[in-house]
Write a protein that binds this ligand. Structure first.
Ligand SMILES: [Zn+2]
Length: 473
């Protein structure tokens, strides 16, 4: 289906990319990465830290301990005994759930050197559309890995890998392998092919194959689909399909229990899909810049979530609509935050929260109050809710999986800290993220990866960029 003459059996090695026993017959190019052994899920306790649980029942602890064992949060209290556990000194730090972003096209990460903000011919859309057809599975693997590593460094512990360039089964396996190798939590949204024909269904046979046997056994990576745009909402670079085709693709996904996402900015799309009977709580829309009050009532009633990417959306021209956070929250639409891409800005959900605060104040003159704690909810527990994993992560609740970060409150740009939520929204930056834990594994400590070879990730990304330049011109 793609332009790549890849031998599927060579890359897959076997019919299942990830065996039931958790063994990983893996893409050949990922073998080197397998030597990047992820740290074990041990037992540790963060002591004397400012705990923001983001759990309404537990609240915050100005000085408290967080005890983690075998990947799970065991206890959160003012003082936890935890004899034998490794002690992490949390004094001067904020301990909070890892940040959760809900829409990011990781396959485009390596397009960073090609995209120019000030030249429309070299903007994000034309550049990614041009190079997309030239991606081989190894390029997808390296591109995803580059952004996934950046995500961890910025305190993001869950990402929604929105892959609208799933060129072959091997490409899907490659990106899932990248997520597994990095150790991040997330959803892989299986998608169509860049530049593919609009009258061809996405590869539903392979979607079923991935659902059945293509995901790692540890449950950190789940599966979804990303739909092309639908109806008259023509998008020459990303493809547009008919409502009838959407019904086929979406019903196939639903038979597998696989959730659905699509770009849905602009008018008419909500009504169109609602009239077609397609909306439900397993649907996520992206970019809420053009909804009406009627749209929002439908989205709220149907349980459809909306992922907003404040940094990218704030750069849109005025006629593309406005960022509608207050309207969404007032209408009780589920909202989460996302990065979208990192070709012309970096991964920084702190900036995302800050922008939303400022734009709301500017546009509505403070008529709609959005407390800073509410913004931090959007970046944590509400993201988990959007992705259907709020029972596992999104708050520091005993029994949940241990996805957490430590923010150093003594850094020059943020300390001394007054209100912790104000500090996170107005002052924090990725450089303040001292420690990152996913599923109980300490993946970063003192701003360094504990296992990942950072230099290798950027070197391999550079090699792919050179190859894409040679292939794509
Ligand atoms: Zn997007």
């Amino acid at each position: 289906m793609g332009a790549n003459p890849i031998n599927r059996r060579t890359l897959l090695g076997a019919s299942t990319a990830f065996g039931a026993a958790g063994l990983l017959p893996r893409p050949a190019f990922a073998q080197g990465a397998a030597s990047n052994v992820l740290p074990a899920r041990g037992e540790f306790v963060v002591r004397g830290t400012h705990v923001l649980t983001m759990d309404a029942g537990l609240g915050d602890l100005p000085i408290g301990d967080v005890h983690v064992r075998n990947g799970a949060i065991v206890a959160v209290a003012a003082s936890v005994p935890a004899p034998g556990a490794e002690v992490i000194d949390g004094r001067g730090m904020i301990c909070m759930p890892g940040l959760i972003e809900t829409h990011w096209h990781h396959w485009t990460n390596v397009c960073r050197p090609f995209v120019r903000n000030d030249d429309p011919k070299l903007g994000y859309f034309p550049v990614t559309a041009k190079y997309g057809p030239h991606f081989q599975p190894e390029d997808s693997y390296r591109s995803a890995k580059l952004g996934l590593a950046e995500a961890l460094s910025a305190g993001i512990t869950t990402t929604h890998n929105w892959c609208h360039n799933t060129r072959s089964p091997a490409h899907a396996d490659a990106e899932i392998a990248a997520m597994h190798d990095i150790g991040i939590r997330g959803r892989y949204a299986y998608g169509p092919v860049q530049g593919g024909p609009n009258d061809r269904l996405m590869d539903l046979v392979d979607l079923a194959r991935v659902k059945k046997s293509g995901l790692p056994a540890d449950g950190l990576v789940t599966l979804g689909i990303c739909s092309r745009n639908i109806g008259d909402d023509s998008n020459p670079t990303r493809g547009t399909i008919s409502v009838e085709m959407a019904k086929k693709e979406w019903s196939a996904a639903r038979e597998l229990g696989v959730p659905i996402t699509l770009h849905a900015s602009g008018p008419q799309i909500t009504k169109l899909l609602n009239d077609a009977g397609l909306l439900g709580p397993d649907v996520q829309f992206v970019h809420p810049t053009g909804t009406s009050a009627d749209d929002r009532a439908i989205l709220s009633a149907k349980g459809v979530s909306y992922s907003m990417s404040p940094i990218g959306e704030s750069r849109r021209p005025g006629d593309a609509g406005v960022i509608q956070l207050p309207e969404m929250l007032e209408s009780k639409v589920k909202v989460s935050l996302s990065i979208d891409h990192v070709t012309t800005y970096n991964c920084d959900l702190f900036v995302g929260m800050r922008l939303l605060y400022s734009m709301n104040l500017n546009r509505l003159q403070g008529k709609f109050k959005i407390p800073t704690r509410r913004l931090v909810e959007l970046a944590t527990i509400d993201g988990a809710s959007d992705l259907g994993i709020a029972d596992k992560v999104g708050s520091l609740t005993p029994g949940k999986r241990a996805d957490l970060i430590l923010l150093r409150g003594t850094d020059i740009n943020i300390g001394p800290i007054g209100d912790p939520y104000d500090a996170i929204v107005f002052l924090a930056q990725p450089a303040n993220v001292d420690t990152v834990v996913v599923d109980g594994r300490i993946l970063r400590r003192k701003n360094q990866f504990t296992a990942l070879d950072h230099a290798k990730v950027t070197q391999e990304a550079a090699a792919t960029i050179a190859a894409l330049r040679a292939r794509g011109g």
